[in-house]
Design a protein. Structure first.
Length: 153
């Protein structure tokens, strides 16, 4: 059992690595890491076809201060935004596997990507915070970003 938890802890540590330069890996001890994937086309569930996790996307992830709907210029009622009025804190590039990682202090953040020249985020919490993520001290929060602007459900 002890061996299992050691392996589990090691796996979680590995998942918080960041590719900063070709061939080098730097460990992110506190921040956010995850994958960006895009789903397109018909995503309706079917007993004959399992759901797709989407295709990995090479893109930039924008990390803003926690942002709610009153702090953006939204495109209608969509998941697209012309501008974000909170402070941009960091950006992170996802690799060919969609993996990204960024070191951040403990706090609350909102994550956006760019799609067709507009900011994009498609999740909210109960207080209308957009794509919220909390980073705790000495922890790496795992996030999967799904771009579904060209998908139908």
């Amino acid at each position: 059992m002890k061996r299992f938890f050691s392996l589990l802890g090691f796996s979680l540590l590995l998942s918080c690595h960041s590719s900063r330069e070709a061939g080098s890996k730097t460990e992110v001890k506190q921040g956010i890491s995850g994958h960006v994937r895009e789903r397109t086309g018909n995503q309706m569930p079917s007993p004959d076809a399992p759901g797709s996790e989407g295709k990995a996307v090479v893109t930039k992830v924008y990390v803003y201060e926690a942002t709610d709907l009153s702090q953006v210029e939204r495109v209608g009622t969509s998941s697209f935004y012309h501008s974000i009025k909170t402070k941009l804190l960091k950006t992170a590039d996802s690799d060919e596997n969609g993996f990204f990682s960024v070191e951040l202090p403990a706090g609350n953040y909102s994550l956006f990507t760019m799609v067709d020249g507009k900011f994009y985020a498609n999740s909210f919490d109960s207080r209308n915070n957009i794509a919220p993520v909390t980073v705790e001290k000495n922890k790496c929060s795992q996030v999967n970003i799904t771009i579904s602007a060209k998908a139908s459900y």
